[in-house]
Design a protein around this ligand. Structure first.
Ligand code: NCD
Length: 305
């Protein structure tokens, strides 16, 4: 049950919740396609508190709430708010809860959304907490795989790039492990997924670790490519030494299975060459577009009357 609950980790979403979100998101997607009005959030206000850069996540949350007929209040630049005066997250959130019905938080520290949920009288939605999780992104990622790869079960899914710091991968691997999938983790040795995430994957799941993208190119159904998370490195020289580790180009695409799809949570830096965008495999802009119907579904289920 999502109703009136915070969404901090993908563990907050049961298998039944997921199915319900997908059902409602499909309805929202059709309503968006046909221009049908869905004014079910009249009088409801969503607050967005973004302590870290965002384009897609904030815009799609705000677009979703506007499409539902609700309103949005936002702090997109915390240097222009009382945060710059030293206000704690707990105080900001307490106050935001008295101005709104649901609060979307993005913060550079892992655990920040959990902390916010402990001080808020309104549901908190985690829009990314440092290198922790990004559960709403994960739900739209699963929605994309269902729609664009024809389902999740039975697929071989390659997670590629910065698996150490990438929060989208962290919540995605936990969610994928509930399905009957084979997972291949492709990263440089220094950017492997933290052990505590791996430890949570049931032993019945088939997981392989690789450093070379070539080794999975002709066998994967889904390529989930991620950016090296520059802002998480304490040593920028280490970051620089990893730039360009993976760069998917047309030669790679030519060797991919028919019907396989390429995803990316975006922003993309140099992991996927722009010419790949024009191939049938490229689904990352659609994936980003699904952010609106999926977030419409989540907001409406959380704030359900
Ligand atoms: C991701 C994030 O913020 O974690 N972006 C997003 O929300 N779509 C991925 C990233 O920044 O690399």
């Amino acid at each position: 049950m999502l109703k009136n609950h915070s969404l901090v980790s993908i563990d907050d979403v049961t298998d039944e919740d997921l199915e319900e979100v997908f059902r409602v998101a499909e309805r929202m997607n059709s309503a968006l396609a046909t221009g049908k009005k869905v004014s079910i959030m009249d009088n409801k206000i969503m607050a967005t508190l973004f302590y870290e850069a965002s384009t897609r996540t904030r815009l799609s949350f705000e677009s979703a709430m506007n499409r539902l007929g609700g309103s949005v209040i936002t702090v997109a630049d915390t240097s222009a708010s009382s945060v710059s005066k030293g206000e704690t997250l707990a105080d900001t959130v307490r106050m935001a809860a008295s101005y709104s019905d649901v609060i979307v938080v993005r913060h550079p520290l892992e655990g920040a959304a959990r902390l916010a949920s402990q001080f808020s009288s309104r549901p908190i939605i985690n829009a990314g907490d440092g290198s922790g999780q990004h559960p709403t992104q994960t739900i739209m990622d699963l929605f994309t795989i269902r729609k664009e790869a024809g389902g999740i079960d039975g697929k071989t899914i390659a997670l590629v790039g910065d698996l150490r710091y990438g929060r989208t991968v962290h919540s995605l691997i936990l969610a994928l492990s509930r399905f009957d999938v084979d997972i291949v983790l492709v990263s440089p040795p220094s950017l492997r997924i933290p052990e505590h995430f791996l430890a949570r994957i049931p032993s019945s799941r088939n997981i392989r670790v690789e450093t070379d993208l070539d080794s999975v190119i002709s066998t994967s159904d889904v390529f989930y490519v991620t950016r090296i998370q520059k802002e998480r490195f304490t040593d920028q020289n280490e970051y620089k030494s990893l730039i360009g580790t993976y760069s998917l180009d047309l030669d790679d695409v030519a060797r991919m299975k028919k019907g396989s799809i390429i995803m990316h949570p975006l922003p993309r830096i140099d992991e996927i060459k722009p010419e790949v965008d024009f191939t049938d495999h490229a689904k990352y802009f659609r994936q980003a577009a699904y952010g609106v119907p999926v977030r419409m579904a989540l907001i409406s289920l959380i704030l359900e009357a």
